[in-house]
Design a protein around this ligand. Structure first.
Ligand code: PRE
Length: 358
């Protein structure tokens, strides 16, 4: 083939490419519009029946030289790219997304304690509220260390129904009283939507635990509150599922949401869960919400809490959560992994000395 002939054919191809590009782009715009309509109607983006009909029509009209198989796979590729486009559009418009809200969300708690933004937050306290004495002992130690927010579980979703289930509302009352005595704020997990309203008098931050991350009725009910919510990542939740769970809360009007990575379930046995450090920068990139890391539950072992807390802060975490008990050996839950008060002081001092705690 002479060069003139080849050049001529290639020039025609260039023109066809341009036309194809224009058509593909026009198609993509229609796909985006369909995505918006589907979003409004709450119907799934993926529609296999519609794809089947289109493929059948295309194959029937195919005059060659491409085989039916090739036509199918070429268009299947287009459908799949279209779906990606629709979900990218959807992600952009999510309330949790950094694309819809560029600045970091800073949650302001009573007493001007902030979560997110320039300063780090250390949340500490017992796994479970067990007694007034235990809770007051921890509260006194936390106040002395300069901690502002105390955790303490009152409703404990335990793996076994025979394990300590928490003191319930009584536990919340004990937590509030100890916190008030020592000038601390409180955070505690609520597992039942019916307990949200009554808990408001006792907690400054409602925690939704890992096992309830996809308890959608609880998420929706928490979304109706005017109270900060700390949402834990589920045991086996992807980051996308985690952010969608946060979206449930935000979509109901409550914008005061904090995320907390608490380790995910993997095959690894030397830690209780696997601390997914990569989740921290990814969640910070994808979302404007504050991100904390629970070093106790993610690792389940005391000997690596300091490096894990430093790693979390270095990766961009806005805060750390750690469990402290006056006498961990006698604790009614998580006995092996809670720090005693002296260990907590060493832990907090070392984390502060790293320069990573702002
Ligand atoms: C479209 C995209 C994804 C669906 O699985 C089916 C079809 C397409 O690209 O043709 C468009 C679309 O969302 C739709 O027709 O419902």
């Amino acid at each position: 083939m002479s060069n003139v002939e080849l050049d001529g054919l290639r020039a025609r191809l260039d023109e066809i490419n341009e036309q194809l590009l224009e058509l593909i782009s026009e198609r993509a715009q229609v796909v985006q519009e369909i995505g918006v309509v589907k979003e409004k109607q709450g119907v799934p983006k993926f529609d296999p029946e519609r794809e089947k009909q289109m493929l059948e029509k295309l194959v029937a009209g195919n005059k060659g030289p491409f085989t039916s198989g090739t036509i199918r796979s070429l268009f299947k590729q287009i459908f799949s790219a279209s779906l990606d486009l629709q979900s990218a559009e959807h992600k952009k418009s999510m309330l949790v997304s950094r694309k819809s809200h560029k600045e970091d969300t800073v949650i302001v708690l009573p007493g001007d304690v902030t979560v997110g933004g320039l300063s780090s937050l250390m949340v500490a306290g017992p796994c479970s509220v067990e007694s007034e004495l235990q809770t007051r002992t921890v509260a006194a130690a936390l106040q002395k260390a300069g901690i502002r927010v105390m955790r303490g579980g009152a409703f404990k979703p335990r793996t076994s129904p025979y394990d300590f289930q928490g003191l319930g509302m009584d536990g919340l009352r004990i937590l509030r009283e100890a916190a008030d005595e020592y000038g601390l704020l409180t955070i505690s997990e609520i597992v039942d939507p019916a307990h949200l309203e009554p808990a408001l008098d006792y907690v400054d931050i409602i925690q939704i635990g890992a096992r309830n991350m996809q308890n959608f009725e609880l998420l929706k009910a928490a979304g109706e509150l005017n109270k900060p919510v700390l949402l834990k990542r589920g045991l086996a939740a992807t980051m996308e599922e985690f952010l969608h769970a946060a979206e449930y809360i935000m979509s109901r009007g409550n914008t005061q949401v904090m995320l907390i990575e608490r380790g995910i379930r993997t095959y690894e046995k030397w830690t209780r869960n696997t601390l997914d450090i990569s989740a921290v920068p990814i969640l910070k990139q994808e979302s404007h919400l504050p991100v904390l890391v629970d070093v106790t539950h993610s690792t389940g072992r005391k000997d690596i809490l300091i490096p894990c807390a430093k790693a979390a802060l270095a990766a961009g975490a806005d805060g750390i959560m750690v469990e402290v008990h006056p006498d961990p050996a006698t604790a009614l839950s998580d006995a092996a992994q809670q720090l005693n008060i002296e260990e907590f002081n060493t832990f907090f001092n070392e984390v502060k000395a790293s320069g990573l705690y702002r």
